[in-house]
Design a protein around this ligand. Structure first.
Ligand code: MN
Length: 491
């Protein structure tokens, strides 16, 4: 397999994810991150679609990035004009190619020969306007392959320089992907790309098999976002190609995680916990047998090191915890226990896990200290908290904390009452180290508005990250309790 090019369509197909809409500034940030990551072609949007998309492509094109900047286009002159006016380098131009698409798009009035004619005209026009054309049949995986060949020959003759085989509805299977890409790669001198969707969870496999068949380019989105079940995900394809097939791309894989988190944040599409490579659990271990083996040799239960993709390993305790993981945490906290005490600590940790709860660092510490009968004075205590919130007032919180015995009163505003309360606490703690809230998660344990709310936070100070929980019926108090628990561990 040769080193393939990557066209990343996070900003076009990815933005077509239901509920996602990015501003020009956000698209610029993502384009820069994709360029740093090493993507060859950035499909930055559809210039004709909206003013926002047009402006995004214009601003991204102005940046002078290394990547080729591409606009999606139909076989219409106005689409070509919009892309050219926006300053794009290239088009990913798509023509309906399956019977179902030709019939529905042209309402039965036009047929295959018309598609060829309109495609040729649009490609020639795009060449006149100075654009590089990558051409593909939409829904190609359900189209007649002989028609695809005729259409693509006409496209090449008209001036297209790359071709794409699209699996618009995600019905391709790996065997067919390899076979068709072999046929098309042999048929054409121009590079052929593969564009896959994940409706059956096969997007990564289909993309890789397409490359095996001879595809010299593939389309992806970061985190696999995209319409319906999404597109082939960049991180999965790139890392699988490198690790399992020994095929290199230009991607700097140590930048994958940061890019993925940026895109999660800006699109607000949460990465599933168990998503390969970038999911929170991808390098997290709970089971006791696994964690003790991993501490000796990480390759026992990890196919690649987390550092390879810019991440860190996490060991968490739960009902599968074993003696080794508890010992590791005890060492870290600087505690020593007898065999009997160790057994008791482990038992209590498993008990929290068995109740279906995530065992936080603060839980573990409380359990250890209870069993070892260590009395610890909390260094940060909440003495008072009041909140003002409503339709016409900015949410404001004032707190009275006792820090190492000294009283401190602070007030702060926020986007909501929880945010205001946490901001006030942070303000009161100024000077106690740079503490950051890494994550904040809320679960309602029962269904009603009187439900017990479980808040789990991750706090960071320097290299150290701790998790802590607050559980109350009042979401503000649960949040404050969780943050204070975490602070008491960090300070
Ligand atoms: Mn698509």
């Amino acid at each position: 397999m040769k080193e393939p090019l990557i066209l990343d369509t996070t900003l076009r197909d990815g933005e077509q994810t239901p509920g996602v809409s990015l501003s020009v500034e956000q698209k610029l940030m993502i384009a820069e991150a994709l360029d740093n990551l090493g993507v060859d072609i950035i499909e930055a949007g559809t210039a004709i679609a909206s003013e926002g998309d047009f402006n995004s492509i214009r601003e991204i094109s102005k940046r002078g990035l290394n990547a080729e900047i591409c606009s999606f286009s139909r076989i219409k002159k106005e689409d070509v004009d919009a892309a050219a006016d926006a300053g794009a380098d290239s088009l990913f131009m798509v023509a309906p190619s399956s019977r179902i698409h030709i019939e529905s798009k042209f309402k039965g009035k036009l047929g295959e020969e018309d598609v060829i004619k309109l495609s040729v005209e649009a490609i020639e026009y795009a060449k006149d306007r100075g654009l590089i054309v990558e051409f593909g049949g939409e829904d190609a995986s359900r189209a007649d392959l002989d028609f695809i060949k005729r259409l693509y020959h006409a496209a090449i003759d008209a001036g297209a320089v790359r071709l794409t085989y699209t699996d618009t509805v995600g019905v391709l299977v790996p065997e067919k992907a390899e076979e068709v890409l072999r046929v098309l790669s042999n048929e054409f001198d121009a590079p052929v790309a593969i564009h896959c969707h994940d409706d059956f969870g096969l997007a990564t496999a289909n993309t890789i098999y397409g490359i095996k068949g001879g595809a010299l380019e593939f389309h992806t989105t970061v985190n696999g976002i995209g319409e319906r079940a999404g597109n082939a995900s960049l991180e999965e394809v790139v890392v699988a190609l490198k690790v399992l097939y020994g095929v290199q791309t230009k991607i700097k894989i140590e930048n994958i995680y940061n890019t993925s988190k940026l895109i999660e944040k800006l699109t607000r599409v949460a990465i599933p916990l168990n998503k390969p490579i970038v999911g929170e659990n991808a390098f997290t271990h709970e089971s006791g047998i696994h964690t003790s083996a991993i501490q000796r040799d990480s390759s026992t239960y990890e196919p690649i090191t987390p550092e390879m993709v810019g991440r860190k390993r996490q060991l968490v305790l739960g009902k599968h915890a074993g003696g080794a993981s508890v010992k590791a945490i005890m060492n870290e906290l600087g505690y020593k226990a007898t065999e009997e005490q160790m057994k008791e600590i482990l038992l209590r940790i498993k008990d929290v896990g068995d109740k279906g709860k995530r065992v936080t660092d603060a839980d573990v510490r409380t359990i250890i200290e209870t069993v070892l009968q260590i009395k610890r004075e909390k260094r940060v205590k909440l003495e008072d908290l009041s909140i003002v919130s409503g339709i016409k007032v900015t949410p404001t919180a004032s707190v009275k904390l006792k820090i190492n015995g000294n009283e401190k009163i602070e007030a702060a505003v926020g986007v909501g009452p929880v945010d205001a309360a946490i901001n006030a606490i942070k303000k009161a703690l100024t000077g106690f180290g740079d503490i950051k809230l890494v994550s904040y998660r809320v679960d309602a344990i029962t269904g009603g508005t009187d439900a017990l709310v479980d808040v789990v936070v991750q706090l960071k100070s320097g290299d150290k990250i701790v998790t802590a929980r607050g559980a109350r019926t009042d979401i503000i108090m649960a949040s404050v309790e969780a943050v204070l628990e975490g602070l008491n561990m960090l300070i």
